[in-house]
Design a binder for this molecule. Structure first.
Ligand SMILES: Cc1ncc(COP(=O)(O)O)c(C=O)c1O
Length: 385
C-alpha cells in the first residue's frame, strides 16, 4: 500500500491513542475506533500555526467574524463554483446548533421538519428539543446501488399538515451522495409549491471527491434561494470540529436580518474562527492531500470488502470519508456494528442510528491511513467468522 502523503502524517496508532477526543476515548484501547466523524491525519500546518500563535498571544477571548466571510467567499469561488456575498456569511458555534436556531426562528412550535433517512443521527432528535417534529422522506436506491432523492416521497412529506421546513443534507451523510443541479431544482420547486422553508447542510462540501460535481444550493438560479439558508464549516474538511466554528449563508436580506439579530447570542469559538480562516486560505494543499487519500481509500475499501467480507454491499461515496455498508447478507444477528465491536474490537456507527432504513447497515469512517483501514476490515471480517 502507498504511504500516506507527508502533509497528513503517518496515522501512527500509538500517537493517535494519545488523543483525548470522542473518537479515541469512548472505547477501551483494544478497540480500533472507526465511528464518529473525526479523521486521523495530522492537522494542516497553517491551522496549527494560527491556533498556536493565538494561544501564545493570550488571544483566547470571544469569537469575532473578522475576515471569515471574505475568505469563505474566496474558497467558495475557487473551489465550489459559487461566489456568495461575504456580507451574507455569518459565523455560528457549529452546524447543528445553527440549524436548530434557524429552524426555531423559521417555524412555529409543533411544526414538521422533513429529513431524508437514512441520515445523520442528530437530525432525528435535535429539533425535538424545541418541540419540532420530524417527517420522513426516505431516500431511494437506484439500480446502481446509489442513494437518490425520491421526489414523490419528498412531495408527500412536504404536503403533510404542519410541515414548515425541509432539511437537505448535501452532500449526504451517511450515503455519500452528491446531488445534481437538476435534483436541487426539483427540491426547490417542491419547497416553493408547498411553501416550506429550506435549510441545507453542506458541511461535507469541501470533501467532494474526484468524479462528482457538487452544486451549492444557493448558487442555483431559482427563487427558492431567497427562502433558503446554507450551512457549512471547515470542521469536517480540516478536522477541527472541536474548535467550534461553523458558517451560515443566507439567501436574502430578510435572512440576513434574522441572522444578524442573533449574532451576539450566538458566537463561534474564537480559535475556530482563526483556524477556519487559515484553512480556507492556506489549507488547500492539505485539503487536496486528504481528498486524494480518501479517493484511494474508498476504492481500497471496495477491494478489501470483496476479498474479506464478500456478503457486504457498499457503493463508494462521492464525497467525504464515510462508508455506508449494507451488512444484511452477512448472516449476523441484530446490529452488525455490535457484532463488529464485541467480536472484532472495531467500532463502527450502528446503521439503525440513522433511522430504521439503516437497520442491518453500519457506517465506517475511512478518514485514516490505508493501513488502519485494512486493519478495520480485518477486524470486521474476523468478527463474522
Ligand atoms: C451532515 C452533518 N451535519 C452536521 C455535523 C456536525 O457538525 P457540527 O459539529 O458543526 O455541528 C456533521 C458531523 O459529522 C455532519 O455529518
Amino acid at each position: 500500500m502507498r504511504r500516506v502523503d507527508p502533509l497528513l502524517g503517518t496515522c501512527a496508532l500509538d500517537t493517535l491513542r494519545q488523543r483525548r477526543s470522542m473518537k479515541w476515548r469512548t472505547y477501551p484501547a483494544d478497540v480500533l475506533p472507526a465511528f464518529v466523524a473525526e479523521m486521523d491525519f495530522d492537522l494542516a500546518q497553517p491551522v496549527i500555526d494560527a491556533v498556536t500563535r493565538a494561544l501564545a498571544l493570550g488571544d483566547s477571548g470571544y469569537g469575532h467574524l473578522g475576515v471569515l466571510g471574505e475568505v469563505f467567499a474566496g474558497f467558495a469561488a475557487g473551489r465550489l463554483g459559487w461566489a456568495p456575498d461575504p456580507a451574507r456569511v455569518f459565523a455560528i458555534p457549529d452546524v447543528m446548533s445553527g440549524l436548530a436556531e434557524v429552524v426555531q426562528a423559521l417555524t412555529p412550535p409543533g411544526a414538521g421538519v422533513v429529513i431524508n433517512p437514512p441520515v445523520y443521527p442528530p437530525f432525528w432528535f435535535r429539533f425535538g428539543f424545541s418541540g419540532r417534529r420530524i417527517v420522513e422522506a426516505p431516500l431511494a436506491v437506484d439500480s446502481g446501488g446509489r442513494y437518490q432523492l425520491d421526489p414523490d416521497a419528498l412531495d408527500r412529506a412536504l404536503a403533510e399538515p404542519g410541515v414548515r421546513a425541509y432539511l437537505l443534507c448535501s452532500p449526504h451523510n451517511p450515503t455519500g451522495s452528491v446531488w445534481t443541479r437538476e435534483q436541487l431544482h426539483t427540491v426547490a420547486d417542491l419547497c416553493l409549491r408547498h411553501d416550506v422553508a429550506l435549510v441545507v447542510d453542506e458541511i461535507h462540501a469541501p470533501l467532494v471527491l474526484a468524479g462528482a460535481e457538487y452544486v451549492p444550493f444557493l448558487s442555483i438560479d431559482h427563487e427558492m434561494t431567497a427562502r433558503a439558508f446554507a450551512f457549512t464549516s471547515a470542521s469536517k474538511g480540516w478536522n477541527i470540529a472541536g474548535l467550534k466554528c461553523g458558517l451560515v449563508v443566507s439567501g436574502s436580506a430578510a435572512g440576513d436580518k434574522l441572522l444578524a439579530g442573533r449574532w451576539e447570542a450566538f458566537l463561534p469559538g474564537h480559535l475556530g474562527v482563526l483556524a477556519s480562516v487559515a484553512a480556507f486560505t492556506d489549507g488547500l494543499p492539505w485539503l487536496d492531500a486528504v481528498r486524494a487519500q480518501l479517493d484511494e481509500n474508498r476504492w481500497l475499501l471496495r477491494r478489501l470488502l470483496a476479498e474479506q467480507l464478500p456478503g457486504a454491499r457498499y457503493q463508494p461515496p462521492q464525497a467525504s470519508f464515510l462508508a455506508w455498508i449494507d451488512c444484511r447478507e452477512l448472516g449476523l444477528d441484530g446490529d452488525p456494528a455490535a457484532t463488529f465491536l464485541e467480536r472484532g474490537r472495531v467500532a463502527l456507527s450502528p446503521g439503525g442510528d440513522f433511522g430504521r432504513q439503516g437497520d442491518g447497515f453500519a457506517r465506517l469512517n475511512m478518514g485514516t491511513s490505508p493501513g488502519l483501514l485494512a486493519e478495520a476490515v480485518r477486524r470486521m471480517a474476523a468478527a463474522t467468522r
